[in-house]
Ligand binder design. Sequence first.
Ligand SMILES: Cc1cc2nc3c(=O)[nH]c(=O)nc-3n(C[C@H](O)[C@H](O)[C@H](O)COP(=O)(O)OP(=O)(O)OC[C@H]3O[C@@H](n4cnc5c(N)ncnc54)[C@H](O)[C@@H]3O)c2cc1C
Length: 617
Amino acid sequence: MSDSTFDFVIVGGGTAGLVVAARLSEDPNTSVLVLEAGDVHTDDPRIRTPAFWLSVLGTPDFDWSYRTVPQKSLGNKVVPLSQGKLLGGSSAINGLAFVANSKAAVDSWSAFGNPGWDWDTLGPYYRKSHTRAPPSEAAANHLRLSYLQESARGTDGPVQVSFPEEVSDPIPAAWVDTVSALGFPASSDPFSGDFSGGYVNALSVDPVSRTRSDAATAYLEPAKSRPNLKIVTGALVEKVVFESSGAVPKTVGVQVKHDGKTITYKANKEVILAAGVFGTPKVLELSGVGSRTLLESLGIPVVVDNPNVGENLQDHPCSSISFEVNDGVKTLDALSRQEPEALGAAFVQYQTSKSGPFAVGNYTGSLLPVPDFTGHDGKSTLDKVLQQVKGAAPVYGPFTPHHDAFVHSVLGNPADSAANIFVYAACANTDATDESVGADVMVRSSDSDATPGNYLTLCAALLFPLSRGSSHITSADPATKPSIDPRYLDHPLDLEVQARLLRYTETIIRAEPLKRFIKPNGRRSARAPADLSDLETAKEHAKRTALSCWHPTSTCAMLPLECGGVVDPQLHVHGIEGLRIVDSSIIPLATRGNTQTTVYAVAERAADLIKKQYSLY
Ligand SMILES: Cc1cc2nc3c(=O)[nH]c(=O)nc-3n(C[C@H](O)[C@H](O)[C@H](O)COP(=O)(O)OP(=O)(O)OC[C@H]3O[C@@H](n4cnc5c(N)ncnc54)[C@H](O)[C@@H]3O)c2cc1C
């Protein structure tokens, strides 16, 4: 294998990049190079220990620590946006929730102009990427997991997935029972494509070692000794290099900064971009693929003028409120306050029996229709809201009519979920400041009252936001971070829905059995209203507390060019030979639920498409 020329050069050793690298290098006659800007931290206990994920956010060794531009609709708040900067990428720092997308959402990809991308074709790749260990009988009973289906789970895929074997904490069961009693019982297996209801989700946690299972451990570890696979870390890809003499620019390789030197690696077959939702459009723009106006303003020679690059950014906004629990109810507050006794006990429990709070991430949630739009008056309420926002609805680009049609159809179908309401078992600090990075905004901090107390935070996340934003470079210098503008809650329909979801938390905490755990007239998070029942009050609180759920997608969407696209259904960049994108940036529509399963599935499918094109083993 040459040191500087490979069949495939993969930019980004994150979630998608390592899947594709592992699959392509299964063919011993194919050489694969992975270039990752971050370093190797696979053995670091802060990465491996499931519950530590919030505490590592903002750590420069692990996190790009992006921040949005001031968000107009949130009173100019700047929202911190973590993204993994290490081998394994965001799969190594994420919240570990392992939940599949819905059939309706994936089927829409094909309807948007991507033939061959629907639930029937992608569903098998969700299963191919993971192995879900069946829960013990005790955990299945305690966590109300009777809806799981054997046919929906992955049985021999690389990512190891399990349920918390936690049978002493009454909150998850109370949560599932409460949501069910309110009319939303878990309907099916989350990997069947048709799930809705309250649930305890599976986690990307190895059932034996009770450590994080990510792209580095699941995909790279078994493949890393292959002689045809080379991984270079600490390597920032600055741009893709093209040969532009023919009618269509041809990809030659990439230019990289490594150890202070500038190096060019060549690709015999393809360069594959997997630098993530902000990294991939940045590399494209630095390479001359993007809006002519932007590139010329920065002095970057234009290779392909495509103004869609970096557009269509979608993310799940999440607004929340914390409620004080009754005395004696155990939450994570003591750990979040870093009380030595609580930390010590959790540490010992994890070390000795791989159990306790350190063994799990966040796992109590729900995927729901918008409750206001269900039931007897649901349709007329939705019609009224749609009518009300009609005149003020922005047009973000050519994808808007397709996007509107899909979101309106989901909102109008009580069998589809448009909302994720979940519980974080501690008080949350939702007030980002200009200096906030990573975990500052979730972990309780100075803004909480001084008296120690225990809380449940209910978070409401809008799963199909119509607000769409962008991520673009502002300089030709590869070291400069992009300007990220998700436009959270910019679309008036998003604010209407988000406020209704947040308002619904008042209904949830007043319903049995969860009600038994909430302190009557107890304290709430700082500056939270005493009652959210008034819609205008809920809107203000939704805006004030809105943060990212860390699920950004779609900045290089798989869509026809005229519809706002950057890649075609083979994941080739429009108008360029030999350049593909395989990461979260190609997902055309925000996912119904957390994103990692969809990234794994897309990358698995991408590897098959590439293998087929080149007749690889
Ligand atoms: C804090 C957080 C919590 C989350 N929680 C969950 C959750 O609980 N469940 C869930 O399903 N999803 C969750 N997600 C989302 C999910 O993890 C991501 O959507 C997914 O991992 C993204 O995969 P990717 O391959 O697109 O990008 P990444 O995995 O981020 O990979 C991109 C890689 O490219 C590298 N890179 C970038 N630019 C360059 C360059 N120029 N040169 C070389 N390398 C480069 C990066 O360092 C990174 O390693 C979370 C994400 C975060 C950040």
